[in-house]
Design a protein around this ligand. Structure first.
Ligand SMILES: [Zn+2]
Ligand SMILES: [Zn+2]
Length: 404
């Protein structure tokens, strides 16, 4: 799953796209031109289809790649507070994303938000939501950060905007020379797109929870599946709108549109691929989809995805056996940077995903994540096979044995 807009774009930087610290814009431009020339001459890898593998062998091969609870926590996966509680907590890392000059006073080390605690900042001390208590009238309002334009805005706890204000933003990512890729304008320039409302993610940096409505598989069912979801912005933040699940052989196991529980503010079509008419024909609720998923996902089933924590959060599914292609193919500059599914798919599978102007396809993205995992498994098996066939080169030369 993909966190959309800016946060997504910052997290999913490519190793060659990032700037070098202290590098001048001219030097960066020279370096980029040289890189583009190299790319223009480099042949694309041929489309790769990993060979088939039996499910039990795949399960064994994936065991070393399962994320530990500690790693899941650091990556933002939902974890159960205590066994059988079905209440989740999620730790969200604040991304140190580049900020326009007017925001340089932003303090990324600001104290963690404590519900009910005093807020002495100017409203920019948290990337998530903060309650305000300036007066009795405003006590019911909650302040959120718009994930598109970085403005704080306020909503009532019932999900109504206190002030209706349009959101002016850039939808593109920020390039290494501090320009927005949507319109090539400099970082900090006025947005090139306008939406009717601001939107928020539904989470805030630091600890989130206890979160209700989560489910967990209780019995074993085996199997390996890849999951991808797409989300829309609602008054409650990002909510599940579409899901696809595929098996290791590429077979589509499950696909559904999902009716969000809160009013949709923005379908986020550019990134989610969800159009208003799609959701109009959605009949399933999140609860329906959870029940469907638990019909074939057991507590031992291995789930695969790219940044799967977002999918499990939107699906409100607690699951321990996960393989994440973000962790399998880490960014060369380390965590928290991540490689995008699009780049990994292009580079390693020779396949384009997320090229459509109408947004991502959860089916296409789930297949790409599964194939990236199968490719890794295939490479590791081939490596082991080569190693086992190698003749030990340090054996002392014995003329008698050689003659025989
Ligand atoms: Zn723009
Ligand atoms: Zn906004």
């Amino acid at each position: 799953m993909h966190l959309c807009t800016h946060w997504h774009d910052w997290f999913y930087q490519e190793p060659t796209a990032g700037g070098v610290p202290g590098e001048s814009p001219c030097a960066a431009a020279r370096r980029r031109r040289a890189r583009d020339r190299r790319r223009a001459t480099a042949p694309s890898p041929p489309p790769t289809t990993p060979p088939p593998i039996a499910t039990d062998q795949l399960v064994e091969a994936l065991r070393p790649h399962l994320l530990s609870p500690k790693r899941m926590w650091a990556l933002g996966y939902p974890l159960e507070i205590e066994p059988n509680s079905c209440k989740a907590v999620v730790y969200v890392n604040p991304p140190p994303r580049p900020r326009p000059p007017q925001f340089t006073s932003f303090d990324v080390n600001a104290p963690e938000f404590v519900p009910g605690g005093s807020q002495s900042d100017s409203g920019r001390g948290s990337l998530g939501s903060t309650p305000r208590s300036e007066s009795d009238e405003e006590a019911d309002a909650v302040e959120h950060l718009c994930v598109r334009c970085d403005k704080m805005f306020r909503m009532t706890r019932e999900g109504e905007y206190v002030v209706e204000e349009s959101c002016v933003y850039h939808w593109g990512r920020i390039s290494s020379d501090s320009r927005h890729t949507c319109c090539d304008a400099h970082l900090g320039s006025k947005g090139c797109s306008t939406a009717r409302f601001h939107v928020w993610s539904g989470t805030r940096p630091g600890m989130n929870g206890p979160l209700e409505g989560y489910v967990r598989a209780r019995s074993p069912r085996g199997g390996v599946y890849a999951i991808d979801t797409e989300m829309c912005y609602t008054t409650a933040g990002l909510e599940l709108a579409s899901i696809a699940v595929i098996a290791a052989d590429g077979r589509l196991v499950y696909r559904s549109l999902v009716k969000p529980s809160s009013p949709v503010v923005d379908h986020n079509t550019r990134f989610s691929g969800i159009r208003p008419r799609d959701l109009a024909r959605a009949t399933k609720t999140l609860r329906d989809v959870q029940n469907d998923i638990l019909g074939f996902v057991g507590n031992d089933t291995i789930l695969i995805g790219h940044a799967l924590e977002n999918d499990l959060r939107s699906l409100k599914l607690l699951h321990s056996a996960v393989v994440d292609t973000c962790a399998l193919y880490p960014h060369s500059r380390g965590f928290p940077l991540r490689r995008s599914l699009r780049a990994l798919s292009q580079e390693l599978l020779g396949r384009s995903v997320q090229k459509s102007s109408s947004g991502h396809s959860p089916l296409e993205d789930a297949r790409a994540a599964m194939d990236l995992v199968l490719l890794k498994v295939h490479e590791e098996r081939a490596q082991r096979s080569r190693a086992s066939k190698q003749i030990p080169i340090l054996q002392p030369y014995d003329p008698l044995i050689s003659a025989a």
